[in-house]
Design a protein around this ligand. Structure first.
Ligand code: CAA
Ligand code: FAD
Length: 379
């Protein structure tokens, strides 16, 4: 067992850290306030190779491993979780799914511009009445021979408006249950596809979350991913990897808040000495650092298993379950360490606390992660 990162890993981490400090930090408070998508910053992330990190270079990606992805996600999430969720969806849901299961034509046409960051992708599984219970799809993809006729509504779609390529899960044959579900590649601009309202959220307010409406959208058959009926398996397999991205996002939110709390505790004086000299504050910092280290190890273990092509479904669910809890606990404590200053926007920790909550909800709530983990345990 080797806990050392390679020089390449450290270089990726440092590049992501530098980018986050120089490009994401300026304006992050304002973007949160105005619910402004970080379009320019995401474009630069594409230019630096952060939008298709694990994709084969022949499709325009960075050809990196999942460990590098975890390290970059942590650094970017320390500063701007709205930018990092865009990165996570593009890398681990959209690019990974297309590279693993797409045809060569689909990779040439769709994966290449997504991996290079020229275009942004979205992953569309959730519906108004199908969130955790993802097999209850109401959106239909009726088989019409050469094409599918797509009808229905998707909810809560990250990159909903900024994306131009959408992976849409829909029911083709209801009698076959989850085996009658397909995943179709839908392009923005296809007739009958409308981007709905933007959600006004508690956290990750810079991320553009929208509902999507499909009315008689004709999607060519060649845009189906995998065999007929593979859509649900596609979504589940893709989410196994996606959960490593969100676990790393939670890790970054926690470590970002911890670093701010540590620095502040050395500066702020109370009762004649820095608050870091009070044992109650020291114990908070010790708990935060320990929990973050444990979360980081779970993220890296899941990434390592994925890179070794071993089964990582349980490891990624554990990483997400634990890291998202750590993100909540650590950000609440970081606000506490800052006292009243923690409660105002200028000090960043209140935003990190608001951002942390979503990591316990999307890509499978914490309760769903426990279902995934316990099913694996009881197999
Ligand atoms: N990996 C691979 N395959 C899996 C799987 C996994 N983790 N979990 C289930 N499957 C397969 C099963 O093997 C089964 O196939 P077979 O019948 O061929 O064996 C099929 O999927 C159906 O599985 P279940 O019978 O277990 O299905 P279920 O109805 O009991 O639900 C569930 C299982 C785990 C709860 C699933 O519905 C689920 O993961 N729900 C959460 C949905 C979710 O995570 N949504 C996230 C949306 S994307 C998002 O949120 C992005 C973002 O915010 C940024
Ligand atoms: P529900 O499924 O209704 O759950 C409500 C509560 O019941 C939760 O606490 C849940 O854990 C619990 N619960 C449900 N079933 C069980 C059970 N069997 N056992 C125990 N407890 C249970 N989806 C996408 O497809 N693509 C995206 O890009 C995307 N981005 C998102 C961005 C944001 C900001 C948000 C808020 C959501 C996003 N989602 C996205 C949707 C997200 O994945 C769902 O919200 C999530 O899966 C939960 O579904 P739900 O909201 O319908 O809650």
């Amino acid at each position: 067992m080797n806990f050392e990162l390679t020089e390449e890993h450290l270089a990726v981490r440092d590049a992501a850290r530098e980018f986050a400090q120089n490009e994401l930090l300026p304006g992050v408070i304002e973007r949160d306030e105005k619910q402004q998508f970080p379009a320019e910053q995401v474009k630069k992330m594409g230019e630096l190779g952060f939008m298709g990190m694990m994709v084969d270079p022949k499709y325009g990606g960075g050809g990196m491993d999942t460990i590098s992805y975890v390290l970059a996600m942590e650094e970017i999430s320390k500063i701007d979780a709205s930018a990092s969720v865009c990165m996570s969806v593009n890398n681990s849901l959209v690019c990974w799914g297309l590279e693993k299961f797409g045809t060569e034509e689909q990779k040439q046409k769709y994966l290449k511009p997504l991996a290079s960051g020229e275009k942004i992708g979205a992953f569309c599984l959730s519906e108004p009445e199908a969130g955790s219970d993802a097999t209850s799809q109401r959106t239909t993809a009726e088989d019409k021979g050469d094409y599918y006729l797509l009808n229905g509504t998707k909810n809560w779609i990250t990159n909903g408006n900024s994306a131009s390529i959408y992976l849409v899960i829909a029911q083709t044959d209801r009698e076959k249950g989850h085996k009658g579900i397909n995943c179709l590649i839908v392009e923005k601009g296809m007739e009958g596809f409308v981007v709905g309202k933007k959600e006004d959220k508690l956290g990750i307010r810079g991320s553009d979350t929208h509902s999507l409406m499909f009315t008689d959208v004709k999607v060519p058959k060649e845009n189906r991913i995998g065999e007929d009926g593979f859509g649900f398996k596609f979504a589940m397999s893709t989410l196994n990897g996606g959960r490593i991205g969100i676990a790393s996002q939670a890790l970054g939110i926690a470590s970002g808040a911890y670093e701010l709390a540590l620095a502040y505790s050395k500066e702020r004086k109370a009762f004649g000495k820095p608050i870091s000299q009070h044992q109650a504050i020291q114990f908070k910092l010790a708990d935060m650092a320990t929990e973050i280290e444990a979360a980081r190890l779970l993220c890296l273990k899941a990434a390592h298993l994925k890179d070794q092509k071993k089964d990582f479904a349980k490891a990624s669910a554990m990483a997400k379950l634990y890291a998202s809890k750590v993100a909540m606990d650590v950000t609440v404590e970081a606000v506490q360490v800052h006292g009243g200053y923690g409660y105002v926007k200028e000090y960043h920790v209140e935003r990190l606390m608001r951002d942390a909550k979503i990591t316990q909800i999307y890509e499978g709530t914490s309760e769903i992660q426990k279902i995934v983990i316990s099913r694996e345990l009881l197999k």
